[in-house]
Design a binder for this molecule. Structure first.
Ligand code: MF3
Ligand code: CO
Length: 261
């Protein structure tokens, strides 16, 4: 787990602010009739306008190279969906918009799942619970606590509703690279994992299926889908383990961070 100095934290905060601004602008474009290729291209433009670059584009896992600039995952797509001209958003859909940017050598990463037009109360509840689970995790992100404190807080909130929290993807440390130590699972026991240190930055990001937590991979090799085709939501913030508690860094410049009570 890397502890950052003031200068490094300032840079990570700037990168996270950029990622948050891009995310804000992108979700404003979400509407019935929009296709996910155009939404991704808009994300590319916003990232460039802010002087940053996408940390997803050309991201490599083994021999696979990620082809899009943001990750756009609709309905039963869990994470890492690839924008497509054929994927036209319809009222009643939900879409996760995941933006990770590199700015001055540092990474910021954040995600939100939003409604397209009018959605069912069941889907709205999935979004609300997943966001609440993220905040439960963030509140547990304190120096001296173990990573498992975050994991168990997230899992509890999710499973109280009978939803499934994804095992195959986890949150992560962030800084110079997108995925750093420690891993931050969204399930587990409070006593598990390393102790959190002041000056560490984490991405806390529950992924939640309305049904089973199991996933399957799509033929494109990237998109994860819920195994039972149930809708899936994903919320993520970049969070500093501060001297006086957690501090959300992925907030657009000039905006107030969400209040953690
Ligand atoms: N925010 C995503 C993550 O932390 C970004 C993944 S980049 C991709 O996993 F190339 F894998 F899509
Ligand atoms: Co992430």
């Amino acid at each position: 787990m890397i502890v950052r100095n003031e200068q490094q934290l300032k840079s990570i905060k700037e990168a996270a602010q950029v990622a948050a601004t891009v995310l804000d602008r992108m979700v404003q474009l979400v509407a019935p009739g929009m296709n996910t290729y155009d939404l991704d291209q808009a994300g590319k433009r916003f990232i460039e306008e802010l002087g940053a670059e996408s940390a997803c584009y050309k991201y490599q896992v083994g021999s696979r190279v990620y082809p899009a600039f943001t990750c756009l995952s609709v309905n039963d797509e869990v994470v890492h969906g690839i924008g497509s001209l054929d994927r036209v958003l319809q009222s009643g859909d939900i879409i996760s918009v995941d933006v990770c940017t590199r700015y001055n050598g540092y990474i910021g990463d954040n995600c939100r799942t939003v409604a397209v037009g009018e959605i069912s109360p069941e889907k709205q509840k999935l979004l609300d619970v997943t966001e609440e689970a993220m905040y439960e995790g963030i509140r547990a992100a304190r120096k001296g606590f173990r990573v498992g404190k975050i994991s168990s807080a997230v899992q509890k909130r999710v499973e109280k509703e009978g939803y499934g929290v994804i095992r195959d993807f986890v949150g992560h440390g962030v800084g110079r690279s997108l995925h750093e130590e420690p891993q931050v699972p969204n399930f587990g026991k409070p006593g598990q994992g390393p102790k959190l240190k002041e000056g560490t930055v984490l991405c806390i990001e529950p992924m939640v299926n309305m049904g089973s937590y199991k996933i399957k991979m799509s033929d494109d090799g990237w998109t994860a889908l819920s195994s039972d085709q149930s809708p899936s939501a994903h919320f993520e913030h970049t969070v500093l383990i501060g001297a006086n508690g957690p501090k959300i860094l992925s907030v657009p410049e000039g905006k107030e961070a969400p209040v953690l009570v």
